[in-house]
Structure formats: C-alpha cells, structure tokens
Design a protein around this ligand. Structure first.
Ligand code: B4P
Length: 369
C-alpha cells in the first residue's frame, strides 16, 4: 500500500485518486443538473478546499463565478466561546445562488458560522457542497446539499487537507498508519485447545501464527541441526532449552516485521522465555497485549490427547508422554500465567465445551482489549 511520511508519522492511502475523481465528477454532475440557468457564485473556503474547488469548477458547464474565502478562528468572549470570521467576501452575491465549497465538514460548527455570515449578504439561496463529511462527528442540523465522500471520524491528509501545513499536494487521501496491533499469547496445558483456537483467532484478526511446537516439528521433519537437537527433548515430552526456542522465535518475528500482530501459541513456556519476549516486543514498540489462558481439567486434557493419539501423527500423544507433558506444564509452565497476572495481562477463558462457544468467549476478551 502507498504510504508517505510527514513529521515522522506514517500515512497510508485510504481513498485513491481514482475514487476521489469519480466522487467529484458525481457532485459536478449534480451541480450541473440542479443549477443550470441560475446566477451562481461558488465560494470555496481556503486553504483546504482549493483542490476540490478546482476539480469541481473545471467540470461546471454553465456560466458561473468563483470567489475564494478564508476563515479566521479565535476564541471570543461570546456565549458560544468560539468565533469563525469569514474573510474576503467582496463579491456581490445579493439575489444569487451561492455554493459554498468546503473540503471537510466534521462537527459542522465552522460551517454553521460561515452560513450565517454569508446569509448576511442576502443571496437568493445557499447550497453547501463538501468534499468530505464525517457523519459520526456531525452535530448540527443544517442541510448539506452535496457530499462527495463520507468518511469515519479519523484524521486524514491529502487532496488539499494538511497535517501541520504539509500533505495538501497529494492526489489521494491518506490516514495515519494504524499503530494498533495485537500481540496475543494463547496459553494452556497440553491439549487445552491452543492450536484449535489459534486457527480461528488468526482468521478473524489477521495475525501471524507462531506456534513453537509447529516450528520445532517442522525442523524435525526437515532433519535440520535445530530439529535434531530439539528431538532429543521433545521425544519424552520435555521442554526444549530456552536459548533454542528464543532464537527461533526471534527470527520469525524479524521475518514478519510489519505484521498486524502475532499470536504466540505454546510460547512462552518458562518465565525466562516470557521475560525475553517481553523485552524484545517492547523494544519493537509492540508489547504483548494479553495472555489468553484456556482452563481445562487434567482428565479432559488427557482424554483429548489420547483421542488424538489414536488417529493423529503426533508421536508425543502416547499415555506416558502425555503424563510427562502435563507434569512439566505444572512444574515449569503454569507459573508463566502468574507472571502475566502480575502485569494485569492475564485473561482466563473456560476451555471446555463446544469449540465455537470457547471461541466466542475469546472474541469477547479480545474486543475488550
Ligand atoms: P505444542 O505443539 O505446543 O503442543 P502442546 O502444548 O502439547 O499442545 P497441543 O498443540 O498438542 O494441544 P492443543 O492445546 O492445541 O508442543 C509440543 C512440544 O514441543 C512440547 O511438549 C515441547 O517439547 C516442545 N515445545 C513447544 N514449545 C516450546 C517452548 N516454548 N519451549 C520449550 N519447548 C517447547 O490441543 C489439541 C487437541 O485438543 C486436539 O486434538 C483438539 O482437537 C482437541 N481439542 C481442542 N479443543 C477442544 C474442545 N473444546 N473440546 C474437545 N477437544 C478439543
């Protein structure tokens, strides 16, 4: 996606030049249809509306005048506390049709004040044409006759609109690149459903899935050096040493820079792993958002894994190794949960029952983050 930098902030295209031009053409068509035969004066409001005004005016197919206005805003001592003064209205608009051209209307406060001041010059009628409207921010009740595009209530630049004076020159509209990201840890004993729920979370939230178990099994499959090393520990259900797991996961994070976020599945499994990943993600300005811990009774964990062992390909799904994995979880891994509880990041979710119901509860947790 096209992006630009202004004052160290990154903006990315949210409305393309083509979409803008189509919308502007539609407004111009409506104006041509509605106002032909009238005595029309266009009043664009500077600075922001200069591009919109220029694109509209060159598409107007009847005789019309154009006169640029500017507003000066200052806090006054009136009851409204805020005054917008209209500058440059020298054109005789008495008895004429006036079209005020604005780049963006959000609350409508400024436009309301502009309308009042234009009315004082006794035009026959006033029409409002705005390039952008933020319906969620609009609190006034005057009629807006022509709207090219409606946008959510967020900060934008381009096509005449600026950030601290810059950005007006771009033909597209840009929004600040989302700094919202989601870094989730999905946690639970072996068989708690981490892998099962991760799949759904990734689909819905578009996160990169980092399952240390899957990565290690892939290494074993390829018979890589790392795989050979990991196999020694995984065969009986023990933990692979922290250094190996950490270097592996760090590599994956670097490879996926620019992701919306990560879901760490089966990681961290020791407090040392947790401390190291916290430090790295803080350095990357993407701290861990929350740990979602799936709570499942030991009997149910065993039942699930033994069941999978009957048909699946996991060599560690045998009764003795399952026992060992669960014991190691209790001894070494369960305490990671307390580490995140202390940080206020732990979210416990009941992990028994239908998979869809569990996912709905997880969604509820994520939506509140
Ligand atoms: P993992 O791959 O992480 O395996 P696991 O913790 O045993 O969980 P698993 O993925 O099997 O279970 P899930 O909860 O999805 O680790 C394997 C090994 O790799 C470890 O033993 C260790 O040696 C090594 N390792 C991995 N990460 C490490 C790290 N960070 N540090 C050191 N060593 C590491 O549950 C899946 C089963 O439950 C499925 O059969 C599913 O169908 C079923 N299930 C899920 N939800 C269900 C529900 N609601 N109802 C019924 N069944 C359900």
């Amino acid at each position: 996606m096209k992006s630009i930098q202004i004052h160290g902030k990154e903006f990315e295209v949210s409305i393309t030049e083509e979409q803008i031009q189509q919308a502007v053409q539609r407004v111009a068509n409506e104006l041509n249809h509605d106002l032909k035969g009238k005595q029309v004066v266009f009043l664009p409001i500077l600075n922001g509306a200069f591009m919109f005004a220029s694109d509209i005016f060159r598409r107007i197919e009847f005789e019309a005048r154009i006169s640029f206005l500017k507003t000066a805003s200052y806090s006054g001592t009136t009851s409204s506390g805020h005054i917008t003064q209209l500058l440059g209205l020298n054109e005789d608009i008495k008895g004429k049709t006036v079209v005020i051209l604005e780049d963006i209307i959000d609350t409508g406060l400024t436009m309301e004040s502009i309308i009042k001041q234009v009315e004082a010059h006794e035009p026959a009628e006033i029409r409002i044409a705005t390039f952008l409207l933020k319906p969620d921010a609009f609190v006034k009740n005057f009629k807006i006759d022509y709207v090219a595009l409606k946008i959510p209530n967020e900060f934008i630049i381009g096509y005449g609109l600026d950030y601290d004076g810059f950005g007006r020159n771009y033909p597209d509209i840009y929004t600040i690149k989302s700094e919202r990201f989601l870094n989730l840890l999905i946690f639970g004993a072996p068989g708690a459903g981490k892998g099962t729920q991760s799949k759904r979370i990734i689909e819905k939230y578009n996160l990169v899935h980092l399952s240390t178990g899957d990565i290690l099994r892939a290494e074993i499959e390829q018979n890589s050096k790392l795989g050979q090393l990991a196999k020694r520990y995984m065969t009986d259900g023990g933990l692979v040493p922290d250094e190996i797991v950490l270097s592996m996961i760090m590599l994956k994070i670097v490879e996926n820079k620019g992701a919306n976020g990560f879901i760490f599945d089966g990681f961290p499994r020791t407090v040392e792993q947790a401390k190291r990943i916290d430090a790295l993600m803080r350095e990357e300005s993407m701290p861990i958002s929350a740990m979602i811990a799936l709570e499942v009774k030991t009997e149910e964990l065993k039942r699930r894994l033994i069941e999978r062992g009957k048909t699946g390909t996991r060599t560690d799904d045998t009764p003795e190794i399952i026992e060992n994995r669960i014991n190691i979880y209790k001894e070494k891994t369960a305490r990671v949960k307390e580490y995140y509880r202390e940080q206020g990041k732990l979210r416990e979710v009941h992990g028994e029952g239908p998979i869809d119901d569990i996912f709905r509860n997880i969604e509820g947790v994520i939506e509140q983050l």
